[in-house]
Design a binder for this molecule. Structure first.
Ligand SMILES: [Zn+2]
Length: 102
């Protein structure tokens, strides 16, 4: 092996290594992009969850302390006419909000 060939071989090896490093850099860049996208998605999910928790409690999601209507059911009235929500139920929902600090 002559010294000149050795230099060519070393140059070839360096070129090959540079191409491998370039590929690896590309893969890392892609992983970073994917990780960043995942991070943004998670941050948005947390923000959405936070906003949902900040919403006031709907009186219809709790039972009525006055007529004992179950969550999801309208308050019961004697007349059986209009759909109503007892004020006591609205207040109970507001009390829940105060209790959880919203
Ligand atoms: Zn009621």
């Amino acid at each position: 092996m002559t010294p000149q060939l050795d230099i060519h071989e070393r140059l070839q090896a360096a070129t090959t290594r540079a191409a491998e490093l370039k590929k690896e850099a590309g893969r890392l860049q892609e992983r970073t992009r994917v990780n960043r996208a995942t991070l943004y998605r998670l941050v948005n999910e947390v923000r959405l969850e936070q906003r949902i928790q900040d919403l006031p409690t709907s009186p219809m999601t709790i039972s009525c302390p006055l007529c004992k209507a179950n969550p999801g059911y309208e308050c019961e009235t004697r007349s059986g006419g209009f759909s109503i929500v007892h004020v006591a139920r609205v207040k109970a929902a507001a009390i829940e909000d105060v209790a959880r600090g919203t």
